[in-house]
Design a protein around this ligand. Structure first.
Ligand SMILES: Cc1cc2nc3c(=O)[nH]c(=O)nc-3n(C[C@H](O)[C@H](O)[C@H](O)COP(=O)(O)O)c2cc1C
Length: 191
C-alpha cells in the first residue's frame, strides 16, 4: 500500500561531486554538491542546482567555469569537510590534498578523483532562492589506467568505490553506511 508524504528526497540515493573553482586570489576552493544530473540538447550537458549564496556560486558566476569531481569513499572525509565548511573562511583549504589544473579549462581538479567534468555554464536560471545551471561538458578527465576499455563496469565500480548519500548519511555501493553528514570530516587532518 502506498502512502503520501511531504516533498522530500530522503530515500533517493544521490551521487556526490566536489565542485572546484579558483578564488579571486587564484587559490583553489572546493564545495560538495549532490543536486547534479544530466540533460540532452544537441549533446550531453550537466545540470546543477546551487541553493542560497556561497563562494562556489559566486566564483562560478564570475568565471562561468568549474570542475565537478566524482567523490569516492577515499575522498569522502574531505568531501564532508568541504560540504560543511563555508568557503568564505580562510582555513577551508588548509588540508593536504593533491590539486591540479583542468586540461581544457582554467579550473582546479582533484588528482584523486577518477572522473572529472570540466564544465562551462551555458545558462544560469535564477529561481526564488536557488539557481539552476545548465552546463556544457567541455572535457571529461578520467583515470587512464581504469578507463582503457579492458575493465568491466563492475570491476571499475569495485575499484573506484563512488560514494552515495541518502537522507543525511553517506553510503557505500554495497549498502554499508559510512557515516553521517558532518561526522566523516573529523578524520581530516589540517596542514
Ligand atoms: C552531502 C552534502 C551535499 C550537498 N549538496 C549541495 C547541493 O547539491 N547544492 C547546494 O547548494 N549545496 C549543497 N551542499 C552544501 C555545500 O557543500 C556547502 O554550502 C558548502 O559550504 C559549499 O562550499 P563553498 O562555501 O566553498 O561554496 C551539500 C552539503 C553536503 C554535506
Amino acid at each position: 500500500m502506498k502512502k503520501s508524504i511531504p516533498p522530500e528526497n530522503g530515500f533517493c540515493p544521490q551521487t556526490l561531486f566536489l565542485y572546484g573553482t579558483y578564488r579571486e586570489d587564484g587559490s583553489p576552493n572546493f564545495g560538495l554538491f549532490c543536486w547534479f544530473s544530466y540533460y540532452w540538447d544537441a549533446g550531453l550537458g550537466v545540470m546543477a542546482c546551487i541553493g542560497g549564496e556561497k563562494l562556489t556560486k559566486e566564483r562560478i558566476r564570475n568565471t562561468k567555469i568549474f570542475s565537478a569531481n566524482l567523490v569516492t569513499e577515499e575522498l569522502l572525509p574531505l568531501a564532508d569537510y568541504w560540504g560543511n565548511k563555508v568557503g568564505n573562511t580562510e582555513n577551508k583549504m588548509n588540508v593536504s590534498v593533491e590539486v591540479e589544473k583542468g586540461s581544457v579549462l582554467d579550473i582546479p581538479i582533484l588528482t584523486k578523483s577518477p572522473w572529472v567534468y570540466e564544465l562551462e555554464v551555458d545558462r544560469f536560471i535564477p529561481l526564488d532562492e536557488g539557481e539552476v545551471l545548465l552546463c556544457k561538458i567541455k572535457n571529461v578527465l578520467v583515470d587512464g589506467e581504469l578507463f582503457d576499455g579492458n575493465f568491466t563496469h563492475e570491476q571499475k565500480i569495485k575499484f573506484i568505490k563512488p560514494a552515495q548519500t541518502v537522507g543525511g548519511t553517506y553510503f557505500a555501493w554495497n549498502g554499508d553506511a559510512l557515516g553521517a553528514w558532518g561526522e566523516l570530516m573529523k578524520k581530516v587532518s589540517y596542514k
